[in-house]
Ligand binder design. Sequence first.
Ligand code: AMP
Ligand code: ZN
Length: 468
Amino acid sequence: MFKLYNTLTNKVEEFQPLNPPEVRMYVCGPTVYDFAHIGNFRTFLFADLLRRYLKYRGCHVHHVMNITDVDDKIIRRAVEEKKTLRDYTDIYLRYFLEDFDALGAERPEELLRATDHIDEMVELIERLRASVHTYESEGSTYFRISTFPHYGKLSHLKVEGNMAGASGRVDSDEYTKEDVRDFVLWKAAKEGEPFWETRLGAGRPGWHIECSAMSMKSLGESFDLHLGGIDLVFPHHENEIAQSEGATGQPFVRYWVHAEFLMVNGEKMSKSRGNYHTFRSLVAEGFQPRAIRYLLLSAPHHKQLNFTLDGLRGAESTVVRLNDFRQRLTELVPTGGENGITSGIATIIERARGSFEVALDDDLNTAEALAAIHDFARETNGAMARNEIGAADKAALLHLVERFDAVFNIFGETVTELLDSEIQSLIDERQAARKARNFARSDEIRDLLLSRGILLEDTKEGVRWRRR
Ligand code: AMP
Ligand code: ZN
């Protein structure tokens, strides 16, 4: 029985999707104003692990992640760099996805950009406006929290008193609110800032409304799972519940699951504290992407994880060991065993599979699941050393490695992503080869790029490429 801690009920509960085997999940995605740090990626890799484990258990996962591409920080940076919002956020969205892929995360079924869904947000705000939940003031629209008696049910906070300032994301420039707890749905346009002309007037959406609008658009008014970092519980997720349930009268999300922080010396890793590492900076220092992935997944999501370079070095040698193990098993020449699995190997496999599943069923205890993988590797190494592995044993052992890896994605050798400039120089070389009628070389380069997930398209304007 797969159990998850649900922030909403404050309990570890059996996970039962609304329409099994389908699971509909939404993950609050990045704000694309700069490079993401590995604290952000702890949360996204946790979502990846949950997604993969649901698939391992036979669920059909529909996973949606938003991209916040309009907010104060983005606007400020885009103005500074004299770029449009779109041009500015395109750059950091691209970097984000490069890192995301290199960290071995599976792409969600849908990646939705906030600025592509202004209409849906306007519609949702209009629905709320038709009820008692909103008011307008100086061109902005606010949510009136006193009209939603369940406010606080997720964060289990007493809503009386001044909650502003509890999160860095509470806007401090909203002087026109009736109540300090109210939050903005639609912000009136300001001089020098991008805005949309809509039925709500000229302006831009508040942050919270984007997730309510996009999640319900793709997943329906009630869906199974909503994820994010622990700092999103209040006010972001609390506000999402108020907006969504205020508009629909339906329960919005069944299971709210939050990842604890990646810490550095007892403090949350964050841009504002300056104590962060980006994925790229660590790769530039020579660390392998899958070691970073391993480290970020090594502690259960409900525990804080303290980041140290020593810890990362440890993860580096662990993933090298795991890779060697798989390599040795793949290359092993079996001794007999055409007639089926031997009982010793069957025992190793069953024990490992059992411990792995028990651990992950228990609110995704990744530390225990990894321990099961290490025990399995140690016992299999012993059997290899004693020449006890036949052909059927080998196939069954390798199959289990693949099953484990479908969830963790830590065994394989990491092929680091080609950089854009590397891709471009290969394309140039291919063009030169074609010109010289060296088609063998030109095909070879095309195939090499294909094997690295790069698709080429010959157009009238020249060769275009995209990542698969
Ligand atoms: P942002 O791009 O700031 O919207 O953050 C993206 C995600 O990263 C959110 O779900 C945050 O909760 C999460 N996050 C931010 N800092 C950390 C951290 N130090 N450890 C884990 N998750 C984090
Ligand atoms: Zn969100």
